[in-house]
Design a protein around this ligand. Structure first.
Ligand code: PMP
Ligand code: GLN
Length: 403
């Protein structure tokens, strides 16, 4: 086997999806909706399938033309920069492939990539496969530990500044963040942007949950800050945008001089993504362009629905004595499970036994937050678990009092 596979063979989704299938009655682990995508994109998919033979064949390698055009139109308005549909966008097999192509296209052997912890787990193996060196900087809860909002988890500007070296090539952020639900404020993004401009570093900004913000939090695109368009790769997901994670349509948006290298990776690996799914996402964005900012917009309706599910999960967790960290965005809520109603349940290395008991005996599948940390820092965060609140339903609410 090739050396690049060493040390990256374990995968939290593969392991916990199996564990959940075997033992859980309620699966709040892997993040995806348990409801259907909105009617207008389902109909667009069906329409594409019936539109004639060409919709079943290859389309443009770097993105079906109707899709790159609708993404360019939509995001030019959001970012405040005129996006060229053919030069500045690459359509990929989900956000995963956009991330993979970015690391492969931009990272050289020995380059350092700063990753903000907790991070979506694939950043680390992807940086390593590209020959890069991950450098971690944790978000830390401010104050006395009694914090209850993801907004209280912050970066130390001094600590972040200390991570930049002459070898730093890129920094990865994820806002809204998986697993914490942190939505970075403009000042926080500006602090990151200033450092990246000063050190001439690229930003890979994973924004798959961009429409999912709650309680007044506002998603800001780092690419929209002055001087950032030229150095930011913004990554999105049709799966998260339209609650259709199985379609695996994603994209990267950046300046053409960056996207052209990602196109080189794409044309020599995947080459092309499924045509009808791209057509359906294109029509979804066309529709959203027309209704943007109105109550008819799915980008208002989905967060409104998830807001209720989030609050429902928070009250369920509180009812069993846990203290959740309220997310400002995304699909997930984390909670410290080392103490219930203020009494310590476990400490130190015993977390895994408690966690396994939770899944295997109580039947509630979740994800340990340490999976979103480097091995060096994970231990500090062993006591947190992540719940996916998108899947909260009446059935789950009835189950909770039993645990
Ligand atoms: N980034 C984050 C933060 C995620 O949570 C996920 C999982 N959906 C992805 C990227 C991958 O998205 P996709 O399903 O579009 O590949
Ligand atoms: N993004 C989803 C999550 O965090 C799914 C991840 C995956 O299946 N790889 O749960």
């Amino acid at each position: 086997h090739a050396n690049r596979t060493n040390g990256i063979d374990k995968n939290v989704w593969v392991e916990f999806t199996q564990l959940a299938a075997a033992y859980s009655k309620v699966n709040l682990g892997q993040g995806f909706p348990d409801f259907a995508p909105p009617k207008f994109v389902q109909e667009a998919f069906c329409h594409a399938l019936n539109e004639g033979p060409m919709m079943h064949q290859y389309t443009r390698a770097f993105g079906h033309v109707p899709l790159v055009k609708s993404l360019a139109k939509f995001f030019s308005r959001v970012i405040g920069h005129e996006i060229d549909p053919l030069e500045d966008i690459l359509v990929t097999v989900g956000a995963y492939q956009a991330l993979f192509s970015a690391f492969q296209a931009l990272i050289n052997e020995g380059d350092e990539v700063i990753i903000v912890e907790p991070f979506f787990d694939c950043y680390q193996p992807m940086v390593k496969m590209a020959g890069g060196q991950p450098v971690y900087i944790p978000l830390r809860p401010k104050g006395d530990g009694s914090v209850l909002s993801s907004g209280d988890w912050v970066l130390s500007p001094e600590e972040l500044a200390s991570k930049f070296t002459p070898r730093t090539k890129a920094l990865v952020i994820n806002t809204p963040n998986n697993p914490l639900g942190k939505v970075y404020k403009t000042e926080e993004l500006q602090m990151i942007a200033d450092l990246c401009i000063k050190h001439d570093v690229l930003v890979i900004s994973d924004e798959v949950y961009e429409w999912l913000t709650y309680d007044g939090a506002k998603h800001v695109k780092i690419a929209s800050l002055p001087g950032m368009w030229e150095r930011t790769i913004t990554i999105g997901s049709g799966g998260k945008t339209f609650s259709a994670t199985g379609w695996k349509v994603g994209w990267a948006i950046s300046s053409g001089h960056i996207i052209k290298h990602m196109k080189t990776i794409h044309q020599n690996t995947v080459y092309h993504c499924a045509t009808p799914a791209q057509e359906a996402v294109a029509r979804g964005f066309e529709r959203e362009y027309e209704v943007f900012g109105t109550p008819e917009s799915y980008f208002q309706q989905l967060p409104a629905m998830l807001h209720h599910k989030k609050n429902k999960l928070a009250s369920l967790l509180k009812s069993v004595g846990l203290k959740p960290i309220m997310p400002e965005g995304g699909y997930f809520m984390t909670a410290d499970f080392s103490s219930i109603n203020g009494s310590t349940v476990f400490s130190g290395k015993w977390w895994f036994i408690t966690f396994t008991w939770f899944v295997c005996v109580q039947g509630l599948a979740t994800i340990p937050v340490s999976a979103f940390y480097s091995p060096e820092h994970g231990k500090e965060f062993d006591k947190y678990i992540r719940f996916c609140f998108v899947k909260i339903s009446l059935l789950v609410s009835l189950f909770f009092p039993l645990i």
